[in-house]
Design a protein around this ligand. Structure first.
Ligand SMILES: NC(=O)C1=CN([C@@H]2O[C@H](COP(=O)(O)OP(=O)(O)OC[C@H]3O[C@@H](n4cnc5c(N)ncnc54)[C@H](O)[C@@H]3O)[C@@H](O)[C@H]2O)[C@H](O)CC1
Ligand code: K
Length: 215
């Protein structure tokens, strides 16, 4: 039985790994991107034209790092930010610098019918309110198109703990859970919209006396 975690528990373990143990943010982000590469390489995903949708937080930084790795593996990939990249956090900006240094192609807007695979790196465990209206419209439009979506950590729009939909949810056929499966993807709408859950180790270190709320 896989250990399930709440959003807060995941954040606590990530923070301990980064701040106490000292494995930096970039290490965990790289491990998340590499773990996703392994899943994409091992599964029967059509990688002929990949679109990475990246948000402005650390879920987005996972997506930007993944776009770099896909590009370096000669897989056709385009990176599209959802939101104003000027407002992105420092990790996203650092990842974007590396992605641009190796020539990753950017898109402002995409026709969701085009890509053979969409990577959802918009929101992860940090979602704390309903999606902005514009994004809700985009997500609902994307859901009506027959495409394959792989969600990083959790489908955008799903609350990591309650599993509720925050306005709209980008339906995934696969969700790659970093470290632990979030309890929100194991119940209710979260379960319905996550598709196949694949848990991938990204080197998180759980504090010795950590007690999980979900037994
Ligand atoms: N924390 C780590 O070391 C690692 C995290 N990983 C990945 O990062 C996400 C969690 O990242 P976080 O920055 O906490 O949040 P998100 O990227 O999910 O959200 C971005 C940002 O957006 C703001 N926000 C939240 N809700 C809304 C909303 N409804 N409208 C607008 N803006 C919103 C809020 O400020 C958030 O911070 C985790 O899922 C992992 O994918 C790495 O994998 C490993 C290291
Ligand atoms: K996501």
């Amino acid at each position: 039985m896989t250990q399930l975690v709440t959003g807060d528990e995941q954040r606590a373990i990530e923070t301990y790994t980064m701040d106490e143990v000292g494995l930096g943010q970039a290490v965990l982000t790289e491990r998340a991107a590499m773990a996703t590469m392994n899943v994409l390489a091992a599964g029967n995903y059509d990688l002929s034209k990949v679109l990475v949708l990246a948000g402005l937080g650390n879920n987005g930084s996972d997506g930007v790092a993944l776009a770099r790795l896909l590009h370096q593996a000669k897989i056709p990939v385009t990176l599209q930010f959802v939101g104003n990249v000027k407002r992105a956090n420092d990790n996203v900006k650092a990842q974007l610098k590396a992605a641009e240094a190796c020539g990753v192609e950017r898109a402002e807007k995409s026709d969701f019918k085009e890509p053979s695979l969409i990577i959802d790196a918009i929101f992860g465990t940090g979602l704390n309110a309903d999606l902005p209206d514009g994004l809700q419209k985009m997500v609902k439009a994307a859901n009506h198109i027959d495409n394959t979506v792989v969600a990083l950590d959790i489908p955008t729009g799903i609350d990591a703990t309650s599993g509720e939909i925050r306005g709209a949810v980008l339906k995934a056929s696969t969700t790659i859970a970093f470290g632990f499966q979030k309890v929100g993807t194991s119940r209710g709408a979260g379960k319905k919209n996550s598709g196949r859950i694949i848990v991938q180790d990204i080197g998180l270190i759980t504090p010795e006396n950590f007690t999980f709320s979900i037994k």
